[in-house]
Ligand binder design. Structure first.
Ligand code: AMP
Length: 200
């Protein structure tokens, strides 16, 4: 078995909405509590609405350092009332993702919308490009991601994604089990470093 990797900060990608099932917020809060309980820090998109609010509030209340990275123009839309943790205001969406990726040692995706998928897939694509090899997890709350995972498997079967990336995403239903696996996970490496972080 491989030696556990060192994780200090976990970046969470998740919806700025809460979704229709209260399980989403419950699991987001459980993840925040788990991150705090293990002594990790949280990096997230800086908003305090929806699942972003649930995970960051729970992590903060559990004693974790929380870093929110938000583009100035979005702050009015995604922050209602008091901010949670340390908020870093950047200029663009791209700077936000780059900064979140720079700070984090691992990524976890929770249910969300287009923005969540955009963050997930750009970060995965950076593994393919050889920009990073940080572990990526997904909390598959109530089977939310089943159809997406089927599509990814189909893309591999049809020859559009290299077979070595089949185990790239660590998928679990409970935060504790997910983090345990991320600690041991070997991210499949890109064969080439196509571009540098500055060129991303
Ligand atoms: P959503 O899943 O659509 O609720 O969005 C979740 C988060 O992703 C929100 O904080 C959005 O602002 C953010 N987001 C949306 N598009 C992008 C993007 N292109 N780059 C970085 N963050 C984004």
């Amino acid at each position: 078995m491989s030696k556990p990797r060192r994780i200090e900060r976990i970046c969470v990608f998740c919806g700025s909405s809460a979704g229709v099932d209260e399980q989403y917020s419950r699991l987001a809060a459980d993840l925040g509590t788990e991150i705090a309980g293990r002594g990790y820090e949280l990096v997230y998109g800086g908003g305090n609405l929806g699942l972003m609010g649930a995970v960051s509030r729970a992590a903060y209340n559990g004693g974790a350092k929380v870093y929110g990275i938000i583009p100035g123009p979005l702050a009015a839309k995604e922050i209602a009332g008091e901010t949670i943790g340390t908020i870093e205001v950047v200029e663009t969406m791209h700077q936000r993702k780059a900064r979140m990726a720079e700070l984090a040692d691992a990524f976890v995706t929770l249910p969300g919308g287009i923005g969540t998928l955009e963050e997930l897939f750009e970060t995965i694509s950076w593994i393919q490009l050889g920009i990073h090899s940080k572990p990526m997890g997904m909390l598959n709350v109530c089977g939310f991601f089943d159809s997406l995972l089927q599509l990814l498997a189909h893309q591999i079967d049809q020859g559009f994604i290299a077979a070595r990336y089949r185990g790239l995403l660590v998928v679990e239903e409970e935060p504790g089990a997910l983090i345990d696996r991320l600690l041991l996970h070997e991210t499949p490496k890109s064969s080439v470093r196509w571009i540098t972080p500055a060129q991303a």
